[in-house]
Write a protein that binds this ligand. Structure first.
Ligand code: ADP
Length: 495
């Protein structure tokens, strides 16, 4: 199917695929339905792409099934690895263009999108390296039996990804799935389908056999739900909101009990102790909440500062956050672009309103920026109480709350006072404090004197209602393989 010529300020003209990528071809949806992709910077329509319905999901799933039961099953682990590494090379060669597509589609700063693409390359290469290192074991139960335990792929995996890091989530998902020998139907988020479609073109160029990786665009309630409920999908991996995560878990339970991994929301605490290096702490606190416009599941949105340094900290944090350049994602100095959509913009503005109405103090920001595009000023609330909505719920925007604490024990308790447990951070020069507090925080990732620093070798995922399973690192392989015990009788019959 034809592609559309688009243009970005950083990469000029390029051919953007718009079809559903099934069996290595870009095809129209069965109903010939399309939906519009909106540019969050100016609210214009960028392009229309094919929209998958339940019927298209069926076609994509059976393509994946056919590949899984056919040629892909016979592919060597080494070749699976080579394909992923080839895809990583293609991402690297197309890094500028991919970053431009992300900036166009999502509104993220182009300079930051380039960092995303670098991380995609690292992730794909890393899992390419894993493909031929997945090993089982032999277990001795006595002389009459020979037992081996092997890892096998799960089968057809549905992967449903969000819009905040479209290509990074794509890489986190497909890397371990392919390394372990599965086939995939990936659904991108309806707000940001363009990067995954371009990546699909690279999948074909890398030489993946048809049906191994299928990429569809579509909505959650239709295509997403069809995947989660599908009787021929063996596993669903999801990144997104906790509300949708619950829906997916229920769908899996009431269909075929497909395996489920979830990477969900957060309301992460970021704690600054009085002995911290203040300059560093301010930089990381600022980056912790305002990076990617606050649209990070691990955003450090609850900031706790020790009493003795609170006044000084808040003064300097405000100065720092006021210098974050908010504007055109393609401008060189931009740190914060627009929020991804009208819906997200409205949600965030409603939280800001709720914070004001609850009596919290707006230290900076609190308003829309400009009158075109979904731009929101970096916003800091103080005078907050733990029961306020803005302290309990995930805002997913450039909005944080700051409050003071007296003692270590008190802050550990307040920091853990959340249904979420994705990430947490603390800033201190005291090694004992660092080790004790990171041990006490109920979160899947704890950063010390840093924030938002993710690496493909390090597992990432949530405690409590922030998720099930771990992505990245060796741990992610467990999400995409199942264990088979083989027991061979060597001695005489027992009965
Ligand atoms: P948001 O509210 O920020 O869009 P979601 O968690 O709803 O976050 O969306 C993340 C991903 O989940 C998207 O790809 C979306 O299409 C998909 N999705 C949304 N609702 C469902 C659902 N009921 N079943 C399956 N996928 C869904």
């Amino acid at each position: 199917m034809s592609a559309v010529t688009l243009e970005t300020p950083t990469s000029g003209k390029y051919e953007q695929p718009t079809g559903l990528f099934i069996n290595n071809e870009f095809v129209e949806s069965v109903d010939k339905k399309t939906f519009e992709v909106i540019n969050p910077t100016d609210e214009s329509v960028t392009v229309s792409v094919q929209e998958a319905s339940e019927k298209d999901v069926d076609i994509a799933v059976s393509a994946a099934r056919k590949a899984f039961e056919g040629p892909w099953r016979k592919e060597t682990p080494e070749n699976r690895g080579k394909l992923l590494i080839k895809l990583a090379d293609l991402f690297e060669q197309n890094a500028d263009l991919l970053a431009s597509i992300e900036a166009l589609d999502n509104g993220k700063a182009h300079s930051m999108a380039k960092v995303d693409i670098g991380m995609c390359v690292g992730t794909l290469r890393y899992y390419g390296g894993w493909a031929d290192k997945i090993e089982g074991r032999v277990t001795d139960t006595g002389p009459d039996t020979f037992n081996y335990i092997k890892k096998e792929p799960i089968g057809v995996c549905a992967q449903i990804i969000p819009w905040n890091f479209p290509l990074l989530m794509f890489s986190w998902k497909i890397g371990p799935a392919i390394a372990c020998g599965n086939c995939v139907v990936l659904k991108s988020a309806e707000q940001t389908p363009l990067g995954a479609l371009y990546a699909a073109k690279l999948i074909k160029e890398a030489g993946f056999p048809p049906g191994v990786l299928n990429v569809i665009s579509g909505f959650g309630k239709t295509a997403g739900a069809a995947l989660a409920n599908h009787m021929d999908v063996d596993k669903v991996a999801f990144t997104g909101s906790t509300v949708t995560g619950r829906t997916i878990l229920k769908a899996a339970a009431s269909s075929n009990l497909k395996k489920v991994t979830l990477e969900l929301g957060g309301k992460s605490p970021n704690i600054v102790f009085e002995d911290a290096d203040i300059d560093n702490a301010i930089s990381w606190v600022n980056f912790g909440i305002f990076f990617n416009h606050g649209q990070c599941c691990c955003a450090g949105s609850r900031i706790y500062v020790q009493e003795s340094i609170y006044d000084e900290f808040i003064k300097r944090f405000k100065e720092r956050a006021s210098k974050n350049v908010v504007g055109d994602p393609f401008a060189k100095d931009t740190f914060q672009g627009p929020q991804v959509s009208q819906l997200q913009f409205d949600r965030i503005m409603n939280y800001i309103k709720a914070g004001k109405e609850a009596g919290a103090t707006v230290e900076i920001g609190g308003n829309r920026k400009g009158d075109k595009g979904y731009f929101i000023e970096p916003t800091i609330f103080s005078n907050v109480t733990e029961d306020m909505q803005i302290m309990q719920e995930e805002i997913f925007g450039p909005v944080c709350s700051i409050s003071k604490f007296k003692s270590k024990d008190e802050v550990i308790k307040t920091a853990n006072n959340s249904t979420y447990g994705l990430a947490a951070a603390l800033h201190t020069k005291n090694l004992n404090t660092a080790i004790e507090v990171s041990g006490a925080l109920k979160a899947g990732t704890v950063w010390v004197n840093t924030y938002n620093t993710l690496h493909h070798q390090m597992p990432f995922g949530g405690y409590k209602e922030s998720g099930i399973g771990r992505e990245l690192g060796e741990d992610a392989l467990a999400n995409y393989s199942q264990t088979k015990t083989v027991s061979i009788r060597l001695g005489d019959a027992l009965f």
